[in-house]
Design a protein around this ligand. Structure first.
Ligand code: NCD
Length: 308
């Protein structure tokens, strides 16, 4: 394992293969803790971690909170709706005031790309990006890579297809950075209006032929259409999208026999993935959620738990 020197986790862009491997290895050793009757170790006792969420979240927020609690850290939750932001305070002022209470880490989610970077420039606390706009969602990609490695035994050399609304997806961007660093071959597929050409510069291949993509892939990762981020009409109709790109049992007939279906959630059943497939034998969607806690425990431990 390489030595961990990072103070913040903002992005996977620029993170080395060794650093990603360190997170995945550490997560492996933490996974077992959540299966115990007493799901707690003292690794972060005395540390304070604040969840600062300016966007809705079910999985990510509760996963970070459980991860922190299972490492014995104290946690505080702040949601945009019930904070002073609604009284006109800036994000940076809010974060500075939180830091003034001597917190060790701030886990931040914000609809604008770049907010975690600004906080990291001005604050001494560790900043962990829990999703910023369309840009980055590093812990989601780390838990996705952990799940791929757990289910298929490796990442290098695998063909991973990310499907659907690539344009608005921070999950797609973080996975492309992470998976290509780890040696996987990433293909993106979706309606042309939702697949920006600049995605190729990140190292992903574009293929609009969904049947071909399904046939050749080891991992299929359909994404939610980000309704809240569509600044114009990119799709003629959702019904048409479901018919063309939705993953259902019929389309999977030509898939590899050990293909895995992943989804970061929340899923829109019947749109990007059918209910039958989401609950079916290829689906690892709930494993991703389970692994999310172990991966976030690893991230919090590596950032806060090691004396430097
Ligand atoms: C994703 C997100 O918020 O970026 N969800 C998640 O973190 N589990 C994807 C999404 O909202 O579609």
């Amino acid at each position: 394992m390489s030595e961990w020197t990072k103070h913040d986790l903002l992005d996977l862009q620029g993170m080395s293969k060794e650093e990603i491997e360190t997170v995945l290895e550490t997560a492996k050793s933490f996974k077992e803790i959540s299966t115990r009757d007493v799901k707690k170790v003292p690794a972060l006792r005395g540390k304070t971690i604040v969840m600062l969420f300016f966007e809705n979240s079910t999985r990510t927020r509760s996963s970070f909170e459980l991860a922190a609690k299972r490492l014995s850290a104290d946690t505080v939750n702040i949601a945009a709706g019930n904070s002073s932001l609604s009284k006109g305070e800036s994000v940076l002022d809010t974060a500075r005031n939180i830091e003034a209470m001597n917190v060790d880490a701030i886990v931040v989610r914000h609809p604008s790309s770049g907010v975690p970077y600004i906080l990291s420039q001005h604050l001494k606390a560790s900043i962990i990006n829990a999703g910023d706009g369309c840009r980055s969602h590093p812990t989601q990609a780390l838990l996705d890579m952990f799940t791929i490695q757990e289910k298929l035994g490796r990442i290098a050399g695998l063909k991973v297809a990310i499907l659907g609304d690539i344009r608005h997806s921070r999950v797609a961007r973080s996975n492309i950075w992470g998976l290509t660093t780890m040696g996987a071959e990433v293909t993106v597929c979706g309606p042309a209006t939702l697949v920006p050409p600049e995605i190729e510069a990140m190292g992903a291949r574009i293929n609009y032929d969904i049947d071909e993509v399904i046939k050749e892939s080891d991992v299929l990762m359909p994404l939610r259409i980000q309704m809240e981020r569509q600044e114009q009409k990119f799709l003629p109709s959702l019904r048409e999208y479901a018919k063309e790109f939705g993953i259902d049992a019929q389309k999977l007939k030509n898939a590899k026999k050990d293909v895995i279906i992943m989804h970061p959630g929340p899923t829109n059943r019947g749109l990007e993935v059918s209910a039958e497939v989401a609950d079916g034998k290829y689906s690892v969607i709930l494993d991703q959620v389970t692994n999310g806690v172990a991966v976030r425990m690893a991230v919090l431990y590596l950032l806060l738990g090691i004396k430097r």
